[in-house]
Design a binder for this molecule. Sequence first.
Ligand code: SAM
Length: 336
Amino acid sequence: MLASTSQLVLRNIEDLSGKVLLVEPAADSLAQELIHQAPQLELSCYSTDTAVATNWQHSNVKLYTDVSPNFTDTFDTVVLFYPKSKEQLGFTLAQIKTAIGQQTQLFVCGDNKGGIKSLSSHAGKLGLSANKLDNAKHCLWFSLFGDFSQLADISASSFTISTAGESLILHSLPGVFNHGKLDTGTALLLDNLPQVSHGTVLDFACGCGVVGAMLKRKHPAIELFSSDISQLAVKATELTLAANGLSGRVIAADGLPDTPKLFDCIVSNPPFHTGIKTDYSIVESFIRQSAQRLAKHGSLTIVANSHLAYLELLQQAFKQVEVVAKANGFVVYRAH
Ligand SMILES: C[S@@+](CC[C@H](N)C(=O)[O-])C[C@H]1O[C@@H](n2cnc3c(N)ncnc32)[C@H](O)[C@@H]1O
């Protein structure tokens, strides 16, 4: 199944030539389609999403997964998929600017629902210009041009939170969940963390690392694991742990990380989106797998919007489920 944005890339395949860099594409079969329809192209992919990188790994495409990759050469064509969060556009362009030469043709593709319609004004603010070239499949295809070398490098931003009697310095990068702010649901989770004095603890879908950092601050003897599908989140979490002098293993993984096999405690504000689309399948499999990956007497604590039907999902997978707190449209559940 191809995302609409990928279908628009194929519709404009004539625009692609030579060495092509796909930037933050969707997790679909675009690579295989491009190889099939245009075998003369030399494909590379830059993605900070672990699921996308895994998808493109099998397709004989050169992969760049570091947040700040080291490009040794420029490309003939760059196709950038418009990011979900606006501030990520300037950030991503700055990460790839050494891959853009004088002759590079840069195209931007995005879903109308993802905000691509405002690309021209957005590009203007970055000192660039955009030209709309195609409009189909509820998506737009633009060319983007200007002096990319003038784009400023954006470093991590930091902010401090004080909650539950502790304060923490949090680091974030554009594209990380709720960039630079504490989410209301996460705040409720922080006030209702499990009492866990030791053992292996996983902060699943860690974002900027706030939940795991707070657990480690409160309970220094725990062995902390933090995981997220996004390399941007992984980098932000590493910076957050370091800024607070905390230790922990930070893992890039789609779903639960493979190791360790068992956790004494899993804590999460789990995702229910893939890109701009609502996707409950992630949380369904996360809850099911958590039940299998918890040690005897282990617990799962999650926060969710109160309109989401997580209680039923938890009751299907766990013997004992309780509502620990309810406030501001969010619920914290604990399951044993
Ligand atoms: C609601 S945010 C929570 C972030 C952070 N824990 C907080 O409370 O601020 C959900 C996180 O899930 C991550 N995510 C999305 N899909 C995922 C998947 N399949 N596996 C692991 N993490 C995923 C996102 O990158 C995002 O950081």
